[in-house]
Design a protein around this ligand. Sequence first.
Ligand SMILES: [Zn+2]
Length: 362
Amino acid sequence: MIKKGLVLLLIVLILFSGCTKKDIENNVIENVIKKQLQSIEDKDMKNYLTTIDKTKPEYVAERKSWFRDIVSNNITTLDMEIIEILKSDKNLVEAKIKQEYSFNNKEYSITNSMKYVKRGNNWVDSDLIFKSISSDNFSIYYPKGEKEKAKLALRGAERAYKEVYEKIGLIPEGKTVIKLYEDKERLRQSVKLSFPWKFAGWYEYPESIKCIIYNSKDKYFDVISHELVHKITIKESNNNLPYWFAEGLAVYYTELYNVDIFKMNNTLDINKLEKLNLEKMKDSNLIKSYYTSSGLILNFIANKYGEDKIVELVKKLGEFSYIEGTNIEVDKVSIERFHKVIPKVLGITVKKLNEEWNNYEK
Ligand SMILES: [Zn+2]
């Protein structure tokens, strides 16, 4: 009996000494990653969401959109790999994770610093490693070592909050989370892997506002103003804004006031805007025209029918039911609803409105 016990003890000792702390951390994260990749392969959103930290509702919403984009674009090449364990304790592991995929004959690779936490018995993905500061209206999430830039973001955001409220007369729901990203590629990959161009800011209901990291409160003011208009109007419309109309609102409320560059020759009309997909565009002139034309059409409506009609249109759209999805996913239904709302608010059809816009002196 004693002998057997000794042998067992020896085996246990050997097993323990062969299995280092690093191995355990690697295993914990590897299991999360494996489950994520398998759920993506199986197109199983429910299973994928069991790997996401539920204490962060905006992160859950963001990952839902991210997951649907991968599945609907059939991105089958996604891979994730542990590069380095940065930190660990009983309920938290931080690690560098390399993420690679190919799409439309292009290869993409990025290394993210990720946080994994233990919730109950499960280890889950808890987003990039962010530090945070907050005020009554905002929480700013920022990369380690960038507190000064985060403070600038908070100041830019507070000014944006005030000015957007002065223009629209509405405030964003709850405390707004703003995440700052070190570079545009990281921001793009955190939103949609299929997205063909890089942007400085992003918002989808009910996600956080995402923004590139800047060293200027004015830059933050510009980007966050635009995204705050999205947050307010998408909520007010119950996620029923046609894509072009959503961008038009953001441009109209934040850029048309003081800029004269909007006198353009090649404006798009509502008919064309409804058919375009901003998220598939590659021509930068067309992208620019999409935004400015949309803003100008809103400006035209405000001039001809009254500025209060803009918010009235948004509120009227908000009487329709809520459909979950990113702006582009709900675009078709939103356009149909927009066509029902325009006659009620402006007393003309969208077709007639478009004719008026085409004849309008630009
Ligand atoms: Zn926008």
